[in-house]
Ligand binder design. Structure first.
Ligand code: FA5
Length: 346
């Protein structure tokens, strides 16, 4: 048999078989047999090289024509089968259930930060951000924490390797968001200021159920004429009321931070034990969520603001502690363990 009649027979056989096919599996088997890599048609195309030149052109042309015809017939059969099963010429079965939409979601800590910024923005605070790699000048010195000050020890620091000509290191991962108080006042000079600063902070400390080496803070700063401690308390009470609801107990106690005077810490009744004492609150029934106070005159003077004319308050909220209190989460590390079963609850 000549190559031409082999091709013709092949075509007739393939088209005849195609007419009888009723299932997707049989259609695929047909495609493999007649158009697949090991099909007779491909064998003919591969053998073209061994044919005399004048025959090669005719056989090649005929083989390609057969291939195109079979491919078109396959497509037509696929369409007619789809139409038969669904009654729709496009093959779409509109009665099938939809595919679930796999939407991502925000991390609980991001959602809490958004919530905090919303509350403060409704109280007139603007949101600004600052660098995570800071200079010791902003993180410590300008905040009234000179070198050798014992307060530096309470914030164990991750230092960057860069050194100056004296071999001293100045770059660090900020240990709190307070350096942005100084950066902001230095830049904008003229009060009134009313800002909050959310962001990551880092401390070289041991991890436990309520401590992490990387966590988030939201700094707050308000500077104006006639700002008093009552304004600070009123603002933070309002924040706690909106965030935790009106019945949760709030406690203020004196605390020391070199950049405020007087300084306080605010604690909220523990959400895990409702004040009875547990491992989250270290058996005290309270969880400290923020440090705050009236901006120290030295900090204002350092940025060229006259403390005789202007006063202000500042606070630094520990963000991760808030969802712990609200939802009764008993281990802060859960927020960063990437366990979707935990994260999907929020
Ligand atoms: C400060 O960082 C001060 N900058 C806060 C401040 C700002 C005081 C403005 C006065 C004026 P402190 O080290 O206490 O303070 O941290 C503030 C809050 O961060 C704490 O109340 C706590 O909620 C949270 N926090 C502190 N250390 C950790 C840690 N290792 N892991 C998780 N949260 C922490």
């Amino acid at each position: 048999m000549t190559e031409m009649s082999v091709l013709e027979n092949l075509k007739q056989k393939a088209l005849g078989e195609l007419e009888t096919i009723e299932s997707a599996e049989a259609l695929e088997a047909w495609r493999v047999t007649y158009l697949g890599k090991k099909s007779e048609l491909v064998a003919v195309l591969r053998s073209l090289g061994s044919l005399p030149v004048e025959e090669r052109k005719d056989v090649g042309g005929q083989a390609n024509a057969v291939r195109e015809e079979l491919e078109a017939a396959l497509e037509a059969r696929e369409e007619s089968m789809a139409e038969k099963f669904t009654g729709d010429p496009l093959g779409i079965d509109i009665t099938l259930p939809g595919r679930p939409w796999l939407a991502g979601r925000l991390h609980p800590v991001t959602r809490i930060i958004n919530e905090i910024t919303d509350i403060f923005s409704s109280l007139g605070f603007s949101t600004v951000e600052g660098p995570e790699i800071e200079l010791d000048r902003y993180n410590f010195d300008a905040l009234n924490i000179p070198k050798e000050h014992p307060a530096r020890d309470t914030m164990q620091t991750f230092w960057m390797d860069d050194v100056d000509e004296k071999g001293e290191r100045h770059k660090l991962l900020r240990t709190h968001t307070s350096p942005m108080q100084v950066r902001f006042m230095e830049k904008y000079k003229e009060p009134p200021f009313r800002i909050i600063v959310p962001g990551r902070v880092y401390r070289y400390e041991a991890t436990d159920a309520s401590h992490l080496p990387m966590f988030h803070q939201v700094e707050g700063l308000l500077v104006d004429k006639d700002v008093t401690f009552a304004d600070l308390k009123g603002t933070l009470y309002e924040f706690a009321r909106r965030f935790f609801g009106p019945t949760r107990k709030v406690r203020f106690r004196c605390d020391f931070f070199p950049f405020v005077e007087p300084g306080v810490e605010m604690a909220i009744e523990c959400g895990s034990c409702s004040g009875a004492g547990c491992r989250v609150c270290g058996d005290t029934g309270w969880l400290e969520i923020l440090g705050a106070g009236m901006v120290h005159p030295n900090v204002l003077k350092g940025v060229g603001i006259d403390p005789e004319i202007y006063t202000g308050f500042a606070f630094g909220i520990g963000v991760e502690r808030l969802p712990m209190l609200r939802y009764g989460v008993d281990d802060i590390r859960l927020f960063y363990s990437n366990d979707l079963r935990f994260l999907r609850q929020f």
